[in-house]
Design a protein around this ligand. Structure first.
Ligand code: ZN
Length: 277
């Protein structure tokens, strides 16, 4: 499943191709994705100029002329590929949405499981839209900090691992990154959120930012590797210290524990009971 770093990577890959271009054609597949494509979407976005691309949580925001924003979410299995002008690459099974740009580039959304989303929202309605109004701060921005986290968690008795994955608290700290950041900060995933010390919360915030930035950097290097005419990007390998390592030795020097796996709120948690208190 694409997480925040993958979505950031896709957005950064699309931006130089799309910004400043005009949408010349729009294809919406009959099946729709998680929801049917919105009524008359193609009519609203065709001929629009693309002003800029941004990311919010795991949504790619394509700012268009006429104060409209085209929103793409990759869901569980969404992949975007860019076809260069004149490319004769064949269509693929599960291609559900396509933008043709005036310079001949084609942006194609392929989504085998169809949990993705494509919709548009007026710029003026963005902050009150149901997909965005409840989202917490971006983890890489300064308004996500230890003071903020402490205030939000002071009455939270749920486990810190479960609390940090709540998108209303902070967006984009998915399961892998929650496990990795807790391990690096030495915090037990099962500790009650309100009991984590101030010093540990400081370290936790720092490690969340570091693991996400490292993953984005890894995504940036795959982008460079995939700069082929018919590039497909968005998924990449990253170095994981604890996630997926159940039964293997803890990687902390001098620790002789093995990594444990438990399930919290239906998701796997990997941690070292010795290093994480
Ligand atoms: Zn350990």
């Amino acid at each position: 499943m694409p997480e925040l770093p993958e979505v950031e990577t896709v957005m950064r890959g699309l931006a130089p191709v799309m910004e400043g271009q005009v949408i010349a054609s729009v294809y919406c597949g009959e099946k729709g994705l998680r929801f049917p494509f919105p009524d008359r979407l193609a009519g609203r976005i065709q001929h629009a100029k693309i002003k800029k691309l941004e990311r919010r949580a795991k949504y790619i925001l394509i700012y268009l002329s006429e104060n409209n924003i085209l929103v793409i979410h990759l869901g569980m299995s969404g992949r975007i590929r860019i076809l260069a002008p004149g490319s004769n690459a064949p269509p693929e099974k599960h291609d559900h949405f396509e933008l043709g740009l005036a310079d001949g580039h084609r942006i194609i959304l392929n989504d085998a499981r169809r949990f993705g989303m494509v919709f548009d929202v007026a710029e003026t309605d963005f902050l009150v839209h149901k997909s965005f109004c409840h989202l917490g701060p971006e983890p890489l921005l300064d308004d996500f900090n230890a003071g903020y986290l402490r205030e939000k968690l002071k009455n939270k008795s749920s486990a810190i691992k479960v609390a940090i994955m709540d998108q209303r608290l902070v967006v984009g700290v998915g399961n892998i990154y929650a496990c990795e950041a807790l391990y690096r900060a030495g915090i037990s995933p099962i500790m009650s959120a309100q009991k984590v010390s101030k010093a540990k919360l400081e370290e936790f915030v720092k490690q969340i930012k570091i693991v996400l930035m490292q993953a984005i950097a890894a995504g940036g290097s795959t982008l460079r590797d995939h700069r082929l005419p018919d590039g497909d990007f968005g998924y990449f390998q990253q170095t994981l210290n604890v996630y997926g390592r159940a039964g293997q030795d803890c990687m902390t020097w001098g620790c002789e524990q093995t990594i444990h796996r438990i399930v919290q709120a239906g998701r796997s948690t990997f941690y070292c009971p010795h290093c994480q208190k």
